[in-house]
Write a protein that binds this ligand. Structure first.
Ligand code: MG
Length: 161
């Protein structure tokens, strides 16, 4: 059996915060606001995986109202969510992602982000793709006020249909 999941997230940008995408820190004097470390890509991938299996979403597993997730490393949240997905017998076929922000440019970090996500999930970097897009200066991402991420995950499970 195969299942597909979609994740989407957006975080405001603010001065003095780390700008983290898929566990990789980008060079910028601003970054994502968030209760956790704000890693918008890790959050979108987490929701894509949870959504494919239909067991919940990131806000249910790691509620922002819970102080234990304050400044949490989002890659650790991703690993924890994927452990639940794996425990149900699912494995990842591939992930595809899009990051939308005006700056910094994502392309120079693409291979590092692919490797970081792949390592967190125990899969090959070839199974993870990352694309950076601007928003043509339009909307919150285009005005530099926010960064958005989209992710789709294809999962497979052997033995039943
Ligand atoms: Mg988020």
């Amino acid at each position: 059996m195969i299942r597909i999941g979609l994740g989407r997230d957006l975080h405001r940008l603010a001065p003095g915060r780390p700008f983290r995408l898929g566990g990789v820190e980008l060079s910028a004097n601003f970054g994502e606001l968030g209760h956790s470390d704000g890693d918008v890509l890790a959050h979108a991938v987490t929701d894509a995986l949870l959504g494919a299996v239909g067991i919940g979403d990131i806000g249910e597993f790691f509620p922002p109202s819970d102080p234990q997730w304050k400044d949490a490393d989002s890659l650790e949240l991703l690993k924890s969510a994927f452990a639940r997905v794996k425990a149900l017998g699912w494995s990842i076929v591939n992930l595809d992602t899009v990051i939308i922000c005006e700056k910094p440019r994502v392309l120079p970090y693409r291979e590092a982000i692919r490797a970081s996500l792949a390592s967190a999930l125990g899969i090959s970097a070839e199974a993870v793709f990352v694309k950076g897009k601007t928003n043509e200066t339009l909307g919150p991402a285009g005005e530099g006020l926010a960064v958005e991420a989209l992710a789709v995950a294809l999962l497979e499970k052997n033995g039943d249909s």
